[in-house]
Ligand binder design. Structure first.
Ligand SMILES: N[C@@H](CCC(=O)N[C@@H](CS)C(=O)NCC(=O)O)C(=O)O
Length: 89
């Protein structure tokens, strides 16, 4: 079965690495696709209003950008395993 989420990003992008690592840690299945020029300057721009990556595409067809906002949203749906320590130590 194909994963529901598609991550558009570059291998060498720190932000893509942040989101890839998060998805792997949480065990959330995703397909990763390289961002080509057409996707970056046309498809992503049309869907998000920005020329930016990484972008996460949901099964509902939403194109989400900004890794912190994406993580906050996914955390609401799947809080475990936790990404923040339980206490200050
Ligand atoms: N706040 C964004 C930043 C993402 C970001 O800066 N991505 C860079 C590549 S790693 C980018 O798309 N730069 C394109 C530009 O600045 O036009 C996030 O967390 O996803």
């Amino acid at each position: 079965m194909r994963p529901d989420l598609i991550l558009y990003g570059w291998q060498l992008s720190y932000y893509t690495g942040k989101l890839r690592s998060y998805l792997r840690y949480k065990g959330i299945p995703f397909d990763e696709r390289e961002v080509d020029l057409l996707t970056l300057v046309w498809r992503i721009k049309r869907k998000t209003g920005e020329v930016v990556m990484p972008v996460l595409v949901t099964p509902e067809g939403e194109w989400l950008q900004d890794t912190s906002a994406i993580v906050d949203r996914l955390e609401l749906q799947q809080p475990q395993p936790a990404i923040a320590p339980a206490g200050p130590v």
